[in-house]
Design a protein around this ligand. Structure first.
Ligand SMILES: [Fe+2]
Ligand SMILES: [Fe+2]
Length: 321
């Protein structure tokens, strides 16, 4: 439990999260709970409201990592005790052997289940022969992980889709694509699971479906419109992505789109901080927290609240007290 919350404040914060997530009773964080204080640990099978806690980290870029941030991230996750750690690609900087080994060591240090997908930086950028013939050779050799993983428990179903390509029509290796075979597989996987209608449906991709105005030059994923229509039909609740190294969360056509920044690397954009996201809740109510690096530790700097009504997610505006 976080040391900087006394018992009264810790209990206040627990009640606050339960109000927000279980009862949909949203209100501003009480004054005495600074946004930079840590959130409490809540059980996923709480009797009032079965809920899950997902940690979403991205763009680790081993090779450009900061060891203090790695330690701070692990400490943050230790406080939060997520049910799943989602890593949405770019584990390495240049897909070098030593970077994959560092990524493997990091994954081995996680004490929670994890779901990992690749990003464009996890295939060779300059070794064209390797990129076109066997781009995921080192991914397979050193990480030994599937490119399109799935995970689930009693409260969520998560599927990772590999949106990284050897090249694009513009010969740009950094641009991503999703195709109709992948989209069909998402719907089939969700539909095939037990009690699937009650479980939060999580889709993990690397490339963005939406970009803030300032970053439109980075391009959204190819195949976006086709995929979006199918994803809505498949009942996707939340899409978790990375790639642009900025953190944002918003609703787009009834689905929540959430991107984490780079968690531990020095590849920061101007005026951005290292960050990750924490998703708490269930298929009725979700809270998405932004955790950012400040004063040598990660802490919450923003929390957004969402409610699902008739299959559509909406963002709740929190009433001022
Ligand atoms: Fe990246
Ligand atoms: Fe990327």
């Amino acid at each position: 439990m976080p040391l900087w919350l006394n018992n009264n404040h810790r209990n206040d914060y627990k009640r606050e999260i339960l109000h927000r997530v279980c009862k949909g009773n949203y209100r501003k964080t009480p004054q005495h709970l600074s946004p930079l204080q840590s959130a409490p640990v809540l059980e996923s099978n709480h009797p009032v409201c079965p809920m899950t806690i997902l940690a979403h980290i991205s763009d680790l870029h081993f090779g450009r990592q900061n060891p203090q941030l790695v330690e701070g991230l692990l400490q943050g996750l230790d406080q939060i005790q997520p049910k799943l750690v989602v890593i949405s690609g770019d584990l390495t900087q240049r897909a070098r052997t030593r970077e994959f080994r560092a990524a493997r060591t990091f994954l081995d240090s996680l004490r929670w289940p994890f779901l990992v997908i690749s990003g464009n930086h996890d295939i060779p950028a300059y070794n064209l022969a390797e990129r076109f013939i066997n781009p995921w050779k080192k991914w397979r050799r050193y990480l030994d992980l599937p490119l399109e993983p799935t995970m689930q428990n009693e409260s969520y179903i998560a599927i990772g889709v590999n949106t990284t390509r050897r090249s694009s029509s513009l010969f740009d290796w950094s641009r991503g694509r999703i195709n109709d075979t992948q989209v069909r597989a998402i719907a089939e996987y969700f539909d095939a699971q037990e009690n699937q209608s009650k479980k939060l449906r999580v889709l993990v991709i690397h490339h963005p479906f939406w970009l803030p105005e300032k970053y439109r030059h980075r391009h959204t994923i190819a195949g976006r419109d086709m995929a979006f229509t199918a994803m809505k039909k498949a009942g996707v609740d939340i899409v978790l992505g990375g790639h642009i190294h900025i953190a944002y969360t918003r609703v787009l056509e009834g689905m929540i789109i959430s991107h984490a920044g780079t968690a531990i690397s020095n590849r920061l954009l101007e005026n951005s901080r290292n960050s990750f996201k924490i998703i708490r809740g269930n298929r009725k109510n979700l809270t998405v927290e932004t955790w950012e690096w400040s004063n040598m530790r990660f802490g919450i700097t923003d929390d957004q609240h969402f409610r699902r009504i008739q299959g559509q997610w909406i963002e709740k505006v929190i009433k001022e007290l």
